[in-house]
Ligand binder design. Structure first.
Ligand code: ATP
Ligand code: MG
Length: 323
């Protein structure tokens, strides 16, 4: 755990990471300095009170994080939203369905070839509970890792019975055992192949991360058409419930243009919280950590914490709205 005061202090410079910092001057308390404020935020993150714990959803929510465009922040979003929910009192399982195994790495979970993983559960060789590992940084955060063996699964699955339903059939409450997961978050590879289709069949909700860069919406039409196909043929409950803007750089006009284009395209399902481009966010996986563990007082950690709160609150609204 790097939650000590040193790691709690964001050392980043430049406009993006500095926005939180009040200008210190004589007569203010330690908490009014940038370092003090970051430390205070870190303390709040690491020691949430009952008052700011998130409400449990009335039923388990299963999210697939999908966008066939590579490098848009799918994995970063999967692990950091999961950590944000877990740190605020909920029990969360991340299913790594990408042979790259980046989500497993970021959660500090071993995923060398031969470790019980999403590959064996897709093939039906083991039950899901046997592949679950606890992330070393949070007692409520769990992961079914992906090993390189999964790279062959796209092809192996083709000839299998019920090939699109294998993940759903593997993630039943019975197969997952006694632990009461509030959220399951599935991280997809950057393709629309059978692994992503399995993830879409296993979930009720899709979260699409969109990078605030050129060509942000490129390929999103194709993704939405695939989601519709899965919805009409395999999983009628599936819907895109959430869009998250990632890697936002407030210093560029382009980021604002992309953000407003995405908001006008998707409307209310776009979270108000935006994830800034942040060196801390990109450094964290190198230490086998989410940004919430690596630098809990940083802007990146705060933004994922906010996104997690918003997502949890919206789930309750959606539920009430349907009643
Ligand atoms: P892939 O399609 O390969 O699975 P992905 O969509 O999962 O990629 P990530 O791996 O989450 O994308 O992110 C791509 C790269 O961008 C990574 O190096 C990650 O550390 C970095 N990154 C993600 N989010 C941010 C951010 N908010 N600020 C800075 N870097 C980021
Ligand atoms: Mg990824």
């Amino acid at each position: 755990m790097t939650g000590g005061s040193e790691s709690a202090v964001s050392r980043e410079t430049g406009g993006v990471e500095d926005d939180f910092s009040p200008v210190p001057f004589d007569g203010l308390s330690a908490m009014d300095t940038p370092i003090g404020a970051a430390a205070q935020r870190a303390t709040q993150v690491l020691h949430p009170t009952e008052a700011n714990a998130l409400p449990k959803p009335r039923e388990r929510r299963v999210f697939t994080i999908a966008n066939q465009k590579g490098g848009v922040g799918k994995t970063t979003t999967a692990v950091n939203i999961a950590a944000a929910l877990a740190v605020q009192g909920l029990t969360v399982l991340v299913v790594d369905l990408d042979p790259q195994g980046n989500a497993s790495t970021a959660l500090g979970v071993p995923h060398y070839s031969g470790v019980p993983s999403s590959y064996e559960i897709l093939l039906g060789e083991i039950g899901a509970a046997e592949a679950v590992q606890q992330s070393p940084h949070n007692e409520r955060l769990f992961c079914i890792p992906a090993t390189i063996d999964l790279a062959g699964a796209e092809i192996e699955l083709v000839s299998m019975v019920a090939r699109e339903n294998r993940l759903r059939n593997a993630l039943t409450k019975e197969a997952l055992g006694d632990r009461d997961y509030d959220y399951i978050i599935i991280d997809c590879p950057p393709s629309l192949g059978l692994l992503t289709v399995n993830a879409l069949v296993a979930a009720k909700e899709v979260l699409i991360p969109i990078q605030c860069e050129y060509y942000a919406l490129e390929g999103v039409g194709q993704l939405l058409r695939n989601i519709e196909l899965v919805q009409s043929h395999l999983n009628p409950e599936l819907h895109v419930s959430t869009v998250l803007l990632t890697m936002y750089d407030g210093r560029t006009k382009l980021a604002d243009q992309v953000a407003s284009e995405v908001r006008s395209h998707f409307g209310d399902i776009v979270l108000r919280s935006i994830i800034p481009r942040s060196v801390k966010v990109s450094e964290a996986p190198g230490y086998g950590m989410t940004v919430l563990d690596y630098d809990p007082g940083s802007r990146g950690a705060m933004s994922y914490l906010d996104a997690g709160r918003e997502l949890a609150a919206r789930g309750l609204e959606e539920k009430q709205g349907n009643e």
